[in-house]
Design a protein around this ligand. Sequence first.
Ligand code: FES
Ligand code: FES
Length: 181
Amino acid sequence: MTKFTVNNQPVEYLLDPETPLLWALRDASNLTGTKYGCGTGECGACTVDIDGEAVPSCRVSIAACEGRFVTTIEGLSRDRSHPVQQAFAAMNVVQCGYCIPGMVMAAAALLKRKPMPADADIDAAITNICRCGIYPRLREAIRRAAQAAQGQALVGAPPPGIDPAGAAHAVPALTPRAPGG
Ligand code: FES
Ligand code: FES
């Protein structure tokens, strides 16, 4: 039995304590925004926030999360209002989207640690792999998110064709269940 907090909700997993956090999130909690890429800690697709640090969830067991606070892409904001999410949408960063939840989580953790990161900080922190090659727009989006978070700039509206409500569907796994439900 392993107890910790996921997206501000206490959870208790009745799984093998060595189960990678990635699979507990995806298979037991239905939080499928966290993606499986390599399974070896290299691609960053599975990045989540654990106590403020960007961590590849494929490489951490649920036992190692005991008592800690885990945030996934679903818990970063309910309405795509986080500056990194807004900047990614405004800059049209996303191509296929597979790497994006991990990228967003890594960028959000970076901004917590370094509110105005230099390019070198971004390059060092965002080692996530994107097979679509979004890298040129990535830095710019993170810079814009940093400015927006500091109140120095507004993140523009998403490009036409992107419905801001589209990312704010209710996530069943985030809906509190009635006791015994
Ligand atoms: S799936 Fe975890 S780092 Fe690639
Ligand atoms: S947007 Fe396709 S893998 Fe990054």
